[in-house]
Ligand binder design. Structure first.
Ligand code: CAA
Length: 246
């Protein structure tokens, strides 16, 4: 039985979609979740919903591309509760375009949030978890890290997240800190709902299980990786895609 009672968990990008689903799952299993996002109103609603379901949640507005804000999110959480057990780096954006017409702005925005943003929270978290000799870091990469038409920026960032994850796993392994990447496939969120109908149908045709995933499908995997039961799993890239082959 997975039990996160008494654990302190930070989840980024948690105002809606996948991040909200992950925070809800961890809270249902007993964790005190600190949900973070740029979207203050969304955070407020998400925290209220978790509390209504009997969970413990608080929110912290943070732009993870801002190093100082990201550092404060992590350090304030750890100082307030005296520990930081779980960090889920979920915040991400997409600015899809064919490579030949991708703007520098589209490239920079996605790299800044999806890759540098992950570094910005992991750097202070790794220091804290190393010191407490305990911790779980779970980074949301994507099935797209292996390449996806229209996502040069996104795929590059998500592949970068895999390298970052594997390196941190090596550095922190002896300190009982595990670091893993989870690669969602095609999950029903606002991000996937934004793809053209033609691409949606194409994506679904590549899913062995024949259905789009739900945030809960991904959250279940994260709840496990964050648990005691997964204490010997580190540096892994776990696909949660219903057998999707891009
Ligand atoms: N596989 C194969 N071919 C594809 C394709 C795909 N996945 N996507 C597009 N193409 C083809 C199109 O059929 C088209 O071919 P033709 O010229 O022969 O008709 C060509 O590529 C150009 O596509 P568009 O006509 O759509 O070009 P566009 O410039 O209008 O739009 C685009 C390009 C913005 C990339 C658009 O195709 C798009 O939004 N694609 C979706 C990209 C995608 O998969 N995003 C995933 C979002 S979900 C997510 O990111 C979460 C996650 O972790 C997976």
């Amino acid at each position: 039985m997975i039990d996160h009672t008494g654990k302190i968990a930070v989840v980024t990008g948690a105002a809606r979609g996948l991040g909200k689903g992950i925070a809800e799952k961890l809270a249902t299993l007993g964790a005190h979740v600190i949900i973070s996002d740029l979207n203050e109103e969304g955070l407020h609603h998400a925290a209220e919903e978790i509390r209504r379901q009997g969970g413990h949640a608080e929110w912290h507005v943070c732009n993870i591309t801002d190093r100082e804000q990201a550092r404060r999110l992590i350090e304030d959480s750890a100082v307030k509760y005296g520990q930081l057990d779980i960090l889920v780096n979920n915040a991400g954006i997409n600015r899809d375009s064919m490579l030949y017409k991708m703007s520098y702005e589209q490239w920079d925005a996605v790299i800044d949030v999806n890759l540098t943003g992950v570094f910005n929270t992991m750097q202070p978290a790794s220091k804290i978890m190393d010191k407490q000799a305990n911790g779980r870091i779970i980074n949301i990469s994507s099935a797209s890290w292996l390449g996806n038409v229209g996502q040069a920026n996104y795929a590059a960032a998500k592949a970068g997240v895999v390298g970052l994850t594997k390196t941190a796993a090596r550095e922190l392994g002896k300190k009982n800190v595990t670091v893993n990447a989870v690669c969602p496939g095609f999950i029903e969120t606002d991000m996937t709902r934004g793809v053209p109908k033609k691409v949606w149908d194409l994506m679904v045709s590549k899913i062995s299980m024949g259905r789009v995933g739900t945030p809960e499908d991904v959250a279940n995997c994260i709840a496990f990786l964050a648990s005691e039961q997964a204490s010997y799993i580190t540096g892994e890239v776990v696909n949660v895609g219903g057998g999707m082959i891009l």
